[in-house]
Write a protein that binds this ligand. Sequence first.
Ligand SMILES: Nc1ncnc2c1ncn2[C@@H]1O[C@H](COP(=O)(O)OP(=O)(O)OP(=O)(O)O)[C@@H](O)[C@H]1O
Ligand SMILES: [Mg+2]
Length: 230
Amino acid sequence: MRRVDGGVGVSVSGLRHAYRSPTGPLPILDGVGFEVAPGGYCVLMGPSGSGKSTLLGLVGGLDRVQSGSVRVGSADLSSLAGDALAAYRRETVGFVFQHFGLLDSLTAAENVELACALAGVPAAARRTHAADLLAAVGLGDRTRHRPSHLSGGERQRVAMARALANGPSLLLADEPTGNLDEGSAEAVIRLLESFHDDRGCTLLVVTHNRALARRAAQRLRLVAGRVVPE
Ligand SMILES: Nc1ncnc2c1ncn2[C@@H]1O[C@H](COP(=O)(O)OP(=O)(O)OP(=O)(O)O)[C@@H](O)[C@H]1O
Ligand SMILES: [Mg+2]
């Protein structure tokens, strides 16, 4: 695995975001500001529908910044679009989606390999790398399973292996322990923390899980469109 020498800092200020709806603009973020230090471990909490996934998607470059500023390391996301935003996602960010986002037409190994392929890793190297990553998350004996033939916790770990495939310096995880039993949740938390500790990446996790939240160095809460310290 490629070792990351220190994560990137995240700096968000005056961030506003609205979705289009049949009844007009639906404001979700209303001047969000916060900072996560390079290599920091930050948890974001808040009620369902408050905009946590929206915020994570903006920091991860999944959606365009409409108003305000999002800086990650030296990148100013409000000025990135198209290929530059795709390169940012590929080279800087590892994203663990709330609903996994795995392709069921591919095996666990192929899901991880796909991320490496997008980064231009040659076929033989990406096969070895995917196998190593899946072994690291305890799924060395499930590499040829399709996601629908894996348990929820196993899918979550495949999603983590994929998020780590290109050695991200920012790891974003959206409710990684949602729908997991206590034991699986603990295993997933430990994995996230080991990647953060061993590889130095910055970790930003959305969670409703209080046990996970207590372990982070920094806790934030999103309420009424704003981020406040927890
Ligand atoms: N593409 C979209 N178009 C219109 N409205 C959207 C869209 N995506 C999200 N929303 C709305 O924005 C609000 C925030 O959604 P978001 O998914 O960010 O919340 P969340 O805090 O992650 O919630 P949860 O804890 O349930 O995952 C919700 O009210 C949702 O209905
Ligand atoms: Mg969400």
